[in-house]
Unconditional design. Sequence first.
Length: 122
Amino acid sequence: MSGAARTIWLSLRLATGTGIAIGPGKADLLAAVAANGSIAAAARSMGMSYKKAWYLLDTMNRCFREPVVTTEKGGRGQGGARLTPLGQRALDLYRAIAARATAAAAGDIDALAALLADDSQL
């Protein structure tokens, strides 16, 4: 094997019996809602359709005991969406868990990366 090993990373998803409660994409979507104040703007910032963003947020709202995002109806320039305190806590906890898992597995991830073909062989 020649060349540099491929870069790999750990991707963590927390699942319940009914589906994925939160993972990297859903966490990024929660952060985008918090930053943008609307589902539409969050979706645009991620290159995602509004329908897909709404579906993912609805799934999370059903997975948690309380909603993680709330919305206010309004026309153009009004209304919006925001993370609930539970939504912010879930996002913070998910990010902390993912960071700790990545740090704990760093040596094994590096060892596994060394076993992979480099990108030029693909």
